[in-house]
Write a protein that binds this ligand. Structure first.
Ligand SMILES: [Zn+2]
Ligand SMILES: [Zn+2]
Length: 261
């Protein structure tokens, strides 16, 4: 990596997932070569959050989020589970609460339990004064309603893997959230290019959501953090600012939101 290579941020990458167990060291070598200098590994349950924290403890540029993914919520979580998550969230290098949210995509989802868990995790983020990282799939009306209830107590965070339209983008920004742009922005049928052009540079973040959703030209393969370079390049192509300026802004937006020095 030369000194002129911009430093890239991947604010949502499941590097601690088993998909990377066989070659995590090589994946980390490649992300370093690609210029990734900040990576946040989110939790999806207590066990997964513990693995995220463990990974973050081994690398100075990796940070963790502690979360409860809506797809993990099949029944209302117990008070003990919330206590465990809150204890984990007080660990060193935990910079946010996520992922949390609503996911109505699969036929057997549990909307009431998901909503209860989401509200509880939002309250936890407020208590700990941490930003939230929100997952929302096929659940926009309920999402906006719940975030609206929360509004009085200054929400801050990211809509991760944002894939909504311009109106959803603007509503999210009004609520205090940044839009984290995944590799989907490089797909032919995506409406993300017009979103990226319609909002301010300060409203954007970059992520891979690896191992899922690899950007073009890696689409269909296992995604990995090095590929965030394709996403940042695409965002810069869509914006009036230079690649260097866009990459720097995406990094600083991440640092500011997650209070990373
Ligand atoms: Zn997600
Ligand atoms: Zn994710």
């Amino acid at each position: 990596m030369t000194t002129s290579t911009p430093v890239l941020a991947d604010i949502h990458c499941h590097l601690s997932f088993p998909e990377f167990d066989a070659d995590r060291e090589q994946v980390i070598e490649r992300l370093r070569e690609a210029g990734v200098g900040l990576l946040i590994d989110p939790g999806t349950c207590a066990e997964s959050s513990r693995r995220s924290i463990g990974l973050a403890g081994r690398y100075d540029f990796i940070y963790a989020n502690v979360g409860l993914h809506p797809s993990e919520v099949t029944a209302p979580p117990t008070p003990e589970m919330y206590e465990e998550l809150e204890t984990l969230a007080r660990s060193e290098k935990v910079v946010g609460i996520g992922e949390i949210g609503l996911d109505y995509h699969w036929p057997d989802h549990h909307p009431e339990a998901q909503q209860e868990a989401f509200r509880e995790m939002l309250r936890m983020a407020t208590r700990l004064d941490l930003p939230v990282v929100i997952h929302c799939r096929d659940a926009w009306p309920d999402m906006l309603r719940i975030l609206g209830e929360k509004r009085s107590s200054a929400l801050r965070g990211a809509m991760h893997c944002f894939s909504g339209d311009i109106e959803m983008a603007q509503r999210s920004i009004e609520l205090g959230l940044k839009l984290s742009i995944p590799g989907i922005v490089t797909y032919k049928k995506s409406n993300l290019p017009e979103v990226v052009q319609a909002v301010g540079l300060n409203d954007l973040l970059s992520e891979t959501d690896a191992p899922y959703l690899a950007p073009v030209p890696k689409r269909g393969k296992r995604n990995e953090p090095a590929f965030v370079a394709h996403t940042v390049r695409k965002i810069a192509d869509l914006r009036p600012e230079s690649f260097e300026k866009v990459a720097e802004a995406l990094l600083q937006n991440a640092r500011k939101l997650f209070a990373i020095a």
